[in-house]
Design a protein around this ligand. Structure first.
Ligand code: ZN
Length: 62
């Protein structure tokens, strides 16, 4: 099961919940119990490839 990330719009708590595929119902905040939460976009496999010392191409006349 995929792990979804939610953020409470009331207290701002970020929490994760295991959800079934297709189940996009709002989760309940474990902190304040509010169901006014929004699902965040899980950014797995984030490409964190920082290149150091890149060669910048000189901008020619435009
Ligand atoms: Zn909350």
């Amino acid at each position: 099961m995929p792990l979804y990330e939610f953020s409470c719009k009331k207290c701002g708590t970020i929490f994760t919940e295991l959800r079934k595929m297709g189940d996009d119902k709002s989760a309940k905040c474990p902190e304040c119990g509010s169901d006014d939460t929004g699902r965040l976009i899980s950014s797995f496999a984030s490409a964190s490839s920082a290149r150091a010392g890149g060669s910048c191409s000189p901008s020619g006349g435009g």
